[in-house]
Write a protein that binds this ligand. Structure first.
Ligand SMILES: Nc1ncnc2c1ncn2[C@@H]1O[C@H](COP(=O)(O)OP(=O)(O)OP(=O)(O)O)[C@@H](O)[C@H]1O
Ligand SMILES: [Mg+2]
Length: 335
């Protein structure tokens, strides 16, 4: 996909990745045949409603899927090597040092029985050959960088002694302390108030630019995407339905679902604030998804073929792809 700098190297390539949960009542296709490339220095947003597969996809990359979840098919290529073939040691190196993740809920990552300092130092000691003294200094510097005042005192505190905002900052520090090539940030600011949210976005952007890091930024919030992302993948019911640069997705959305998402977002330049619309219908039942296009049951343009066949991904313009039969003239003319 086109990025802000086409010369940037590809760091991560996800090829035809499917992840399913094999539950007693049937297979849940949480992630279904998704493809994308992430380049050095690129911030890619993943947007989509709750349950569309955003977190499961990132757990798949990090090798953190829990039973009954399994990668069903596909490849996750990090600098050309398939992460799915990594042994335990390679995976340990990859997770943390090459690619790290900020989780949706900080308490799933912070251990309540260890101090903040202990956990930050441990994260770096596992991956880098440095002394405890150096690790301590690095941890203190990281706390400063993520905007925590009095870091030496905070190092001695336990997670429950910190506010939600501070815990989130510590998590971001844990994600960044090993200077990974890729950061996956899963809704890192959802639980925070708007001011702290803005500060955290700024922080991620600052570190990303300094380290030329690639970021996968998962969010419900399109305004956040517009603010910090270069490219966007829009997910619906386990599939990527539209991909492109932020400008292309925002100014020329092609998929009916993306158009619906944008209409439901308040805009400063929109004088008629009453026109905010919601997308009709309910999200897909992932145990019994529709046969053809996942969005067909909610789509105002639904044609017969959409109920039977899965639409192909169509390049609507350079660096902009959308998975919809409306882009195929022969189908639209023949309906
Ligand atoms: N342990 C599980 N067993 C069965 N299905 C699961 C399990 N975990 C996740 N799923 C299914 O995977 C789908 C994707 O879930 P995921 O958590 O990735 O959604 P999400 O896009 O991150 O949503 P949110 O925005 O709410 O975080 C869901 O529809 C859910 O039904
Ligand atoms: Mg999630």
């Amino acid at each position: 996909m086109e990025t802000k700098d086409n010369l940037n190297k590809e760091v991560l390539k996800v090829e035809d990745l499917s992840i399913s949960f094999y539950t007693p009542v049937g297979e849940v296709k949480a992630v279904d045949s998704i493809c994308y490339s992430l380049h050095e220095n690129e911030i890619m947003g993943i947007v989509g409603e709750s349950g569309s597969g955003k977190s499961v996809e990132s757990y798949g990359i990090m090798g953190l899927l829990q039973s009954p979840g399994k990668v069903k098919k596909g490849k996750i290529l990090y600098k050309g090597k398939n992460v799915l073939d990594f042994d335990k040691n390679q995976m340990r190196q990859f997770r943390g040092a090459d690619c790290s993740m900020i989780f949706q809920n900080p308490m799933t990552c912070l251990n309540p029985v260890y101090t903040i300092g202990n956990q930050l130092m441990e994260a770096v000691l596992v991956h880098k050959k440095i002394s405890k003294d150096e690790a301590y200094k690095k941890a203190v510097r990281m706390l400063e960088l993520v905007g925590i005042s009095n870091p030496e005192r905070r190092m001695k505190q336990y997670p429950h002694e910190l506010s939600g905002g501070m815990r989130q900052r510590v998590m971001i520090g844990m994600g960044l302390i090993c200077e990974p090539d890729i950061l996956i940030a899963d809704e890192p600011t959802t639980a925070l108030d708007v001011t702290i949210q803005a500060q955290i976005l700024e922080l991620i952007k600052r570190v990303q630019m300094k380290n030329k890091m690639s970021v996968i930024f998962i969010t419900h919030n399109l305004a956040v995407v517009a603010q910090i992302c270069d490219t966007v993948s829009v997910m619906y019911a386990g599939r990527i339905v539209e991909q492109g640069t932020v400008d292309k997705i925002f100014y020329n959305p092609s998929h009916p679902y993306t158009k619906g998402l944008l209409k439901s977002m308040p805009r400063i330049d929109d004088k008629d604030a009453n026109r905010l619309e919601s997308i009709e219908g309910t999200p897909v039942d992932m145990l019994n998804p529709p046969e053809g296009c996942g969005f067909s049951t909610r789509c105002e343009h639904c044609m017969n073929i959409c109920l039977r066949k899965e639409p192909p991904m169509v390049e609507v313009e350079k660096g902009h792809r959308s998975k919809c039969f409306l882009h195929i003239k022969e189908v639209v003319n023949g309906r």
